[in-house]
Write a protein that binds this ligand. Structure first.
Ligand SMILES: C[S@@+](CC[C@H](N)C(=O)[O-])C[C@H]1O[C@@H](n2cnc3c(N)ncnc32)[C@H](O)[C@@H]1O
Length: 215
């Protein structure tokens, strides 16, 4: 079973859709990691879906779940919707606007069996990251899983030249943002009653945290 046979082929972006080289690069490893994470059925919410390239392939690869993409940015929502329309998948909904850092969104978008967050936390402050995790925890059903992918420090240390440079670039843009720490992340999950199941080492020194809501 290969990823390509599981997913619609959308090598050329449909009209109105954006494409991100980073999203293209990390798509296959993310899909592979998700094979051990995704529940058979239920509702999946993706926060910060970006271009929509990930969610369209996740919906194709995991058809037992109904996938709900979202983003804060109207331009991204237009792009996601272009992929959604082109894919024509019965289990993939049009995008909705969610500011993942805003208190209270979980009350409107709850009842999920999986929540995905890919490459968002390093772009926001620690306080905002905490709110994302808190709201995601509340938006999960009991037993539902949260998967958070991205670049992280390890025990407070940036562990590659590329990470050092990228984190510095982010901090030059806004001193409050930048890489979060893996231990800080584990604490954030626990503080929100999420049980950490595993941390998957991903290509290019990224990590995927997988946790579930215990009760
Ligand atoms: C680096 S992109 C990652 C997109 C996608 N997950 C991927 O990996 O290709 C970051 C995305 O986060 C979105 N974003 C930024 N702040 C957000 C917020 N507060 N709530 C929801 N989405 C946000 C941006 O609009 C953008 O689409």
């Amino acid at each position: 079973m290969t990823i390509d046979t599981l997913s619609p082929t959308l090598d050329t972006p449909p009209a109105g859709a954006l494409s991100s080289p980073a999203a293209q690069r990390n798509l296959a490893p993310i899909l592979q990691a998700l094979e051990t994470v995704v529940p058979e059925t239920g509702k999946a919410l993706e926060l910060a879906s970006g271009t929509g390239e990930h969610v369209v392939r996740m919906a194709g690869a995991f058809p037992g779940l109904t996938w709900q993409p979202s983003d804060i940015d109207p331009t991204r929502i237009t792009s996601i919707d272009a992929y959604v329309a082109a894919a024509g998948l019965p289990n993939l909904r049009p995008a909705i606007r969610i500011d993942a850092t805003r208190h209270g969104w979980s009350a409107i978008h709850g009842g999920n069996d999986l929540i995905m967050v890919v490459n968002l936390l390093h772009l926001i402050s620690t306080q905002d990251a905490d709110m994302v995790i808190e709201q995601a925890a509340k938006a999960l059903n009991r037993g539902g899983r949260l998967a958070v992918y991205g670049p992280f420090k390890r025990s407070g240390t940036l562990t590659s030249e590329g990470d050092f440079r990228f984190d510095a670039e982010l901090k030059a843009r806004d001193p409050l943002i930048g890489y979060k720490d893996d231990t800080e992340m584990t604490k954030m999950l626990h503080a929100n009653w999420l049980e950490l199941e595993k941390i998957i080492e991903m290509p290019a020194n990224n990590l995927m945290f997988v946790a579930h809501r215990a009760n």
